[in-house]
Design a protein around this ligand. Structure first.
Ligand code: HEM
Ligand SMILES: *[C@@H]1O[C@H](CO)[C@@H](O)[C@H](O)[C@H]1NC(C)=O
Length: 511
């Protein structure tokens, strides 16, 4: 979000001036009177409302929507945009008219990074996306696949608990953010590539770079003719990172191709599953001849990594932060788990379904900290009138899931407070029926990894609080823990969470 560079601003002023001249002499203003647009703040030439978004757009947009309403117009550069900020409006756009808004806008970052948007998350609505999504849902995200990868989660978590036990003995301060991120990376890479560690390259660093680039506010997406100047240097950076990532993915795929025939004992991973359809058609509708090639596989893999690691890790960090701030909630949660599991063994995945309070803690965390605060932008596929407002084809639609989860009209005056009990009579299943909290989005484009994401998040939180008591270091009092967020493709904590563990089980067996 650092587009407020002086050079950029200077360029803006220059272009603004040129634009005025251009408008004045060549294009006398035309008004369309019969098409009512949703209300919104006034705009500047060229940049429209881009300048008002600020460092935390989800917060800015929330306060703007209080003034202009739950369906609001913004002009982001040249892109007409609608911001949705209430659960009722979200239901109308993501359920009633879901099919109209089931596409994604083309953005430069994903175009450069995912081989011309050949992955899933950023590709436009159509037979390709439908086929890829259907295939992945069936072969990678099904309940049986989620279960199949269970042993990987156990293995990685066991290793971490042992190292945390050591830290506890020494009374060390643990960088919780770091260990959680490393854990999730290990789990996800093992599940996708068959192994977690690569000596030759720093996968984590590359993925972080790619995420930062895709999450950056790229002027080229909003003022296309400025794109050629690459004022922010994003185009160059994208090309560089995508080249490095491509080499990594190539290596991983080649490695799989070479071992598939020889090593039958190896467990199947995502790459194997995707390779099994290489050069085959996956078109489920017979509309087109959709053949999967190497590029598609790389693009899909990249999307999976970007969509799974930081979403799960960030959710866990926020949950642990809130538990550290609310000892009452922490105690109830630890008691719930201990009542089922006792204090002699670790939590196992099959225990999870018995933990109602854990579900509430996770629902409450996702309500307050939906890691994709603005989901992933949608694009209107055909002009439509909703609630009396005319929305033109190609309009970008941004859903402020963050604001929806904190809406006082729905969640009462204490909407900003962490209070899991509010979910006692409100079972969330994120399958597109509830709109009061939509951390996974909704409709055709909703997150296909919900089950996988939730099981990772719940297992890690349960294990962390069951095996350890946690205390804040440096005499930080719970009420003083900094809870500020950063904005990007996800909203992680602005400051890394640190805490001191103490082991609380009698005699755990790590078999
Ligand atoms: C706590 C964990 C997670 C959260 C909060 C989350 C959230 C989201 C959100 C908000 C979207 C956009 C939905 C929309 O536009 O309506 C999304 C899309 C997506 N997520 Fe997740 N996600 C999580 C975990 C995962 C995991 C573990 C995977 C897979 C390995 C995954 C794969 C995807 C994919 C592929 C999409 C794009 C779907 C499409 O465009 O068709 N997510 N996720
Ligand atoms: C905690 O880990 C993060 C992520 O690896 C790192 O950037 C940060 O500097 C660490 N903080 C401390 C105090 O070690």
């Amino acid at each position: 979000m650092s587009f407020a560079l002086t050079t950029t601003m200077f360029a803006f002023l220059l272009f603004t001036f040129m634009y005025f001249l251009f408008k004045l002499y060549l294009h006398p203003k035309q008004k369309t009177l019969n098409h009512k647009k949703p209300p919104g703040p006034s705009t500047l030439p060229i940049i429209g409302n881009l300048h008002i978004l600020g460092k935390l757009p989800h917060r800015t947009l929330q306060s703007l929507s209080k003034k202009y309403g739950p369906i609001m117009s913004l002009q982001l550069g040249q892109v007409p945009t609608i911001i949705i900020s209430s659960s009722k409006a979200a239901e109308s756009f993501l359920k009633t008219h879901d099919i109209v808004f089931a596409s994604r806008p083309k953005v430069q970052g994903s175009d450069l990074m995912s081989y011309g948007s050949k992955g899933m998350a950023f590709s436009e609505y159509g037979p390709y996306w439908r086929s890829v999504r259907k295939f992945c849902t069936l072969k990678l995200f099904s309940a049986s696949k989620v279960e199949m990868f269970g042993p990987i989660r156990k293995e990685k978590l066991d290793v971490l608990v042992i190292s945390l036990e050591k830290a506890a003995l020494e009374g060390e301060v643990v960088n919780v953010s770091e260990v959680v991120e490393n854990l999730i990376e290990d789990i996800v890479y093992k599940m996708m590539f068959g192994r977690s560690k690569y000596e030759q390259f720093d996968m984590n660093k590359l993925v972080l770079e790619a995420m930062a680039l895709m999450g950056a506010f790229n002027l080229a997406d909003y003022v296309p003719w400025l794109g050629v100047f690459d004022l922010q240097g994003l185009t160059r950076a994208c090309k560089k990172t995508s080249k490095a990532l491509d080499e990594v993915l190539e290596m991983i795929i080649t490695e799989h191709e070479q071992t598939t025939n020889t090593d039958k004992t190896r467990n199947e991973d995502f790459v194997d599953i995707l390779l099994s359809i290489m050069h085959q058609t996956i078109d489920v509708e017979g509309e087109q001849n959709l053949v999967i090639d190497r590029t598609n596989i790389k693009a899909i893999l990249l999307d999976m990594i970007a969509a799974s690691v930081h979403t799960s890790a960030t959710t866990i960090e926020w949950a642990l932060s809130e538990l550290l701030r609310h000892s009452r909630v922490m105690k109830i949660l630890q008691d719930e788990i201990q009542n089922e599991v006792g204090n002699k063994r670790m939590v196992e995945e099959k225990d999870l379904k018995k933990f109602n309070y854990l579900d509430m803690v996770v629902d409450e965390t996702l309500r307050l900290y939906p890691v994709g605060p603005l989901l992933i932008p949608r694009e209107c596929r055909e002009s439509i009138t909703i609630d009396g407002y005319f929305i033109t084809k190609k309009t970008r639609v941004i859903v402020n899931a963050w604001a929806i989860g904190r809406d006082c009209n729905v969640w009462s005056e204490n909407a900003d407070e962490f209070y899991p009990e509010r979910f006692i009579d409100k079972k969330m299943n994120y399958q597109g029926h509830e709109f009061e909290s939509i951390p996974f989005g909704s409709g055709r484009r909703r997150c296909p990894g919900i089950q996988l994401g939730l099981i990772i998040v719940k297992l890690v939180i349960a294990q962390f609080v069951h095996c350890f008591n946690w205390e804040l270091p440096h005499n930080i009092s719970p009420s003083n823990l900094n809870m500020e967020e950063k904005f990007g493709l996800s909203i992680p904590r602005a400051q890394h969470l640190q805490a001191i563990p103490s082991y609380r089980l009698d005699d755990a067996k790590h078999e």
